[in-house]
Design a protein around this ligand. Structure first.
Ligand code: PA5
Length: 440
C-alpha cells in the first residue's frame, strides 16, 4: 500500500505559527489525543470488519461489478436521470461534476428536489434513450418516491408498460421500504444499497455507479481513498491528517469559531462543498447526552467571486469562523494571458502579461494573507483538476475529520434523529392540504 499523497494539506494558518495568538499549538492537539483512543480502536475494527463500513468501503467494494453494470448502462442508454436526495445524490453528483467526462457517452443528471418548475424538464426527456436510476436507502423518502411515481406514467406512455421497466433501476436497502415493494410489483431491478448511512455512501455503488457512467475514473478515486484510510489509522495524532485536522477544528470551535466556511477557488470543486455541507451539518448538529445543543455550521463562499460579497465579513466581522480553501495549483499555467497592449493604464499595469490562472491564485494568496494577518484561522487543501486519486483522498479526509469532531463533541455522527419530525409532519399536512394552503 502506497502512502504517496496527491492532496496537499496546508494547516499553517490554523496554528500559532501562522496566525499568532488564537492559533492552535501542537501541544494543544497532543493534549486532546487520549480523548480519541476509543475512536482509534473502533476505526481499526471498521477497517478489519467484513461488513461494509465507511472505512472499508474502499477495500471491500466490488468495482468490477459496478463497472460491468456501468458499461451496460453506457452501452444501452445515452442519458441517465438520477432521482435521490441528500446522501443519495450529493456524493454521486460531486464525483460526476468534479471528475466526469466533459463529453460522456452517457450524460448523467441529478434531480434532488421536488420543485415542480424544475421537474417539468423531465417532460421533454427522450425516455427511449434514457435510464432512470432511483436511489433511496430507506426506500420511503417522500420526495424520491413522488418523483418516481409521477414520472412512471410518462415513461409508460412513451415506452409502453413493459418496456418502461427496462429503463428503470433502483438502489435501495430496506426490504420493507416502499421502493423495494414497488420493485416487486413492477418487476424492476434492484441493486443493494450497502449498510452505511447516505451521507457516508459516496464510495459505494450509490456514488460510484452514476460516477462511472458519467466517465469518472472510479478506480483512481478508490485508490486515493484507500491510501487516506491507511493514513487515518496512524497512531500519532500529528501524523494523522484527519485526527489532526479534526482536533484543530474542534479546538478552534472551543474558541467560538463554530462556523466552517468552505471557499473553493475552482468552480468545479463547488460540488465538493455541497456534499461536505450535508456531511458536516447532519453529522454534527445534535443534542449530546447531557442535553446540550451541539454543532458547527458549514457555509460556503466562492473564490474569487465572494471576495466581492463575503470577504469583508470574514476579515472584520465576528471572529467565529474557520475558512477552508480548496484549490488547484495547476491554475497557474492555465487561462489566457492578459495582453501587454494597455499596460500603461494604471489599473491594467499589474495584470498585463499574467495568465487568468495566475490572477486567480494571486487573489487566493491575498485572501489567505489578509485573513492570517488578522488572526483568522484558515487552511488550504489543494488538488489538481480531475485528479481522481486526490479527490478520493479528500473524501476520506473530510469524512474522518467529521467523525473525529463528533467524537470530541460527544455526538453520534451517524444518525439524524430530528429530521424525522419534519417528515412525519409533511405527511400529516398532506392529509389536510388546506392547512398547507393556509400557511403560504
Ligand atoms: O445522509 C442521510 O442519511 C440522509 O441525507 C439521507 O441520505 C436522505 O434523507 C435520503 O434518504 P434515503 O436515501 O433513505 O432516501
Amino acid at each position: 500500500m502506497t502512502n504517496l499523497s496527491r492532496l496537499s494539506i496546508d494547516n499553517t494558518n490554523l496554528t500559532s505559527t501562522g496566525i499568532g495568538k488564537g492559533g492552535v499549538s501542537d501541544d494543544d492537539v497532543i493534549a486532546l489525543s487520549p480523548k480519541l483512543d476509543s475512536l482509534r480502536n473502533r476505526i481499526q475494527k471498521w477497517i478489519d470488519s467484513r461488513q461494509p463500513t465507511i472505512l472499508n468501503l474502499p477495500f471491500t467494494n466490488n468495482l468490477e461489478e459496478i463497472k460491468e453494470k456501468g458499461q451496460d448502462i453506457a452501452h444501452n442508454f445515452k442519458r441517465t436521470v438520477v432521482f435521490g436526495i441528500g446522501g443519495s445524490s450529493l456524493g454521486g453528483e460531486m464525483l460526476v461534476r468534479t471528475l466526469g467526462d466533459s463529453t460522456p457517452k452517457n450524460t448523467v443528471s441529478f434531480y434532488d428536489n421536488v420543485d415542480p418548475s424544475t421537474m417539468v424538464e423531465l417532460e421533454t426527456v427522450d425516455w427511449h434513450e434514457t435510464l432512470l436510476l432511483v436511489i433511496s436507502k430507506s426506500g420511503n423518502t417522500a420526495e424520491t418516491l413522488s418523483q418516481f411515481l409521477t414520472i412512471l406514467p410518462v415513461m409508460e406512455h412513451d415506452l409502453g408498460f413493459s418496456k418502461a421497466k427496462e429503463h428503470i433501476l433502483f438502489i435501495t436497502e430496506n426490504k420493507e421500504g416502499a421502493l423495494y415493494q414497488l420493485s416487486k410489483e413492477l418487476k424492476i431491478e434492484v441493486i443493494e444499497h450497502p449498510p452505511v448511512g447516505g451521507r457516508f455512501s459516496v464510495l459505494s455503488v450509490v456514488g460510484l455507479l452514476p460516477a462511472y457512467v458519467g466517465g469518472v475514473d472510479i478506480e483512481g478515486v478508490m485508490e486515493g481513498a484507500r491510501s487516506m484510510v491507511q493514513r487515518c489509522a496512524t497512531k500519532n495524532i500529528l501524523d494523522n491528517p484527519a485526527f489532526y485536522n479534526g482536533a484543530v477544528q474542534y479546538l478552534h470551535a472551543e474558541q467560538n469559531r463554530t462556523i466552517s466556511v468552505v471557499m473553493p477557488y475552482a468552480d468545479n470543486l463547488r460540488f465538493v462543498v455541497n456534499w461536505f455541507r450535508q456531511l458536516w451539518a447532519e453529522s454534527l448538529g445534535k443534542i449530546d447526552k447531557n442535553g446540550v445543543h451541539k454543532g458547527l455550521t458549514p457555509t460556503e463562499a466562492h473564490g474569487v467571486t465572494d471576495q466581492h460579497s463575503q470577504l469583508q465579513l470574514l476579515l472584520e466581522g465576528p471572529d467565529d469562523k474557520l475558512v477552508t480553501f480548496i484549490t488547484d495549483p495547476g491554475f497557474r499555467f492555465r487561462g489566457r494571458r492578459i495582453p501587454m497592449q494597455f499596460k500603461d493604464i494604471p489599473a491594467i499595469a499589474p495584470l498585463a502579461g499574467h495568465t487568468i490562472g495566475e490572477l486567480f491564485l494571486a487573489e487566493l494568496k491575498a485572501t489567505r494573507t489578509t485573513l492570517s494577518r488578522r488572526g483568522r484561522p484558515n487552511r488550504t487543501l489543494a488538488l489538481l483538476e480531475r485528479d481522481a486519486y486526490a479527490l478520493g483522498e479528500l473524501i476520506i479526509l473530510l469524512e474522518m475529520e467529521t467523525i473525529v469532531v463528533a467524537e470530541l463533541m460527544g455526538v453520534d455522527p451517524f444518525d439524524q434523529p430530528a429530521v424525522e419530525e419534519s417528515k412525519v409532519l409533511t405527511r400529516e399536512y398532506l392529509s389536510d392540504i388546506s392547512s398547507v394552503s393556509d400557511l403560504i
